[in-house]
Design a protein around this ligand. Sequence first.
Ligand code: GDP
Length: 315
Amino acid sequence: MALSQAITIIESNLEQDKKLSTELLDKIIHATGKSIRVGITGVPGVGKSSFIEALGRHVTAFGKRLAVLTVDPSSQVTKGSILGDKTRMEELSKNPLAYIRPSASGNALGGVTQTTHDVVLLCEAAGYEIIIIETVGVGQSEINVKSLVDFFLLLMLAGAGDELQGIKKGITEIADAIVITKADGGNISSADAAKATYQQALHLQRVPKSGWLPRVITTSAYAGTGIDEVWRMILAYKELTTANGFFADHRRLQELEWFEDYFKQLLALDLQQSPIVQSEKKKLEALITEQKLSPKHAAANLLKIYHREIKSSED
Ligand code: GDP
């Protein structure tokens, strides 16, 4: 089945597609896990699509296959998109070794990253060796994406006051590298200055469990500078963390987290769909409000009711 078709099924909310998508994932799961997953984030206009295009051009020149999944958390709410309506990554989209796909925006249950995680698995099974997950640097999205990727790149502009903001927000703590974009023409000296500031800030942080010390690289998508350095850095990360065992451990942990996440989601759905639990919950809420029952006791009672409900449905 074509990758795009498979992704459409994974993203679908129709009941028959949900069953199909579970079967589909079962079929391909043995063929997953062999890529390097790279998260790329940054504010709108920082140069994400230009950078990804340049990186894509670079890696596909070696014959590597690259998938780019763009996650835009705003598109559901506003029906518009921070990532813009313009054709992004036009050159890369024509490259036969590249696959670009906007990821489904969040729905009530599932959310952006759960679906994206399954899409990553599909891309791996389809033989993509590098998977880029691009998010806009707003809100929680970049933190969530961390649970999807091996390596996390933060794109920053020099001289936009970003330096201190990024450090303050703690985003730099989750980044494996900071890439300063648009280091060309008159921007070169401010890019170098920003690099020094970041390096200093990163040196103050503890060495992460991965054993990898975050790096700062200046790049220009226009001039093509720094792109090879970024690619070699990603390879160096994979080499180091494969050798020290972190790469595989981290992946395993992530998969177990997804399991937990899915289970909680299914449980919540099951509870919501039980009329008895819902009506008993209302009664318990009233008792809490009237100070006749403690929230703790009410919760324990509700769990008993739920267990009884499950048991009776099995009989
Ligand atoms: P995104 O919104 O983060 O995806 O950013 P884009 O890649 O669309 O770039 C935003 C703007 O910055 C566009 O006008 C680009 O032409 C410009 N831009 C992107 N990369 C570079 C670069 O390497 N150098 C310069 N000078 N401008 C760039």
